[in-house]
Design a protein around this ligand. Structure first.
Ligand SMILES: [Zn+2]
Length: 136
């Protein structure tokens, strides 16, 4: 039997729910870090989480990949509506460019800059990523 959340007994806390909750929190943290977490953007995250809930129900082994997938879903949705996100904080010059999630389908997703060839931060940790080298 699944453990039951006493605060919400109608919704047992399954590993799937925990993974979806974590993915939502991680991507929201990165959106907040990029100051793009408006209500309509948050709803993009909710849409992705709902879609990925269905996806993981079909393929339970993919549960560890949900955070990276939600991050990519939101990135794609933002590209259509707002433009590139998240902008690379590492490269201080040249054309602004977005970070990519790696692995695209795997556990422990990170934001990487392919231009500089560096891992910038774990998904959910963009807020603590170093900005462009501040030394003048
Ligand atoms: Zn870069």
């Amino acid at each position: 039997m699944d453990p039951v959340d006493p605060a919400n007994p109608a919704h047992p806390v399954t590993p799937l729910e925990q993974a979806l909750h974590a993915a939502r929190a991680l991507v929201l943290a990165d959106l907040v870090a990029g100051e793009v977490a408006q209500a309509d953007v948050v709803s993009l995250v909710e849409d992705s989480v709902a879609e990925r809930r269905w996806w993981v129900e079909q393929w339970p082994d993919g549960v560890a990949y949900v955070a990276g997938l939600v991050a990519q879903d939101v990135q794609d949705a933002l590209l259509e509506r707002y433009g590139r996100w998240p902008l690379c904080p590492v490269c201080g010059s040249g054309d602004p460019h977005a970070l990519d999630v790696e692995p695209e389908l795997g556990p422990d997703p990170h934001w990487v800059c392919h231009k500089a060839g560096v891992k910038v931060a774990a998904v959910g940790s963009l807020g603590s990523a170093a900005g462009p080298a501040a030394s003048s």
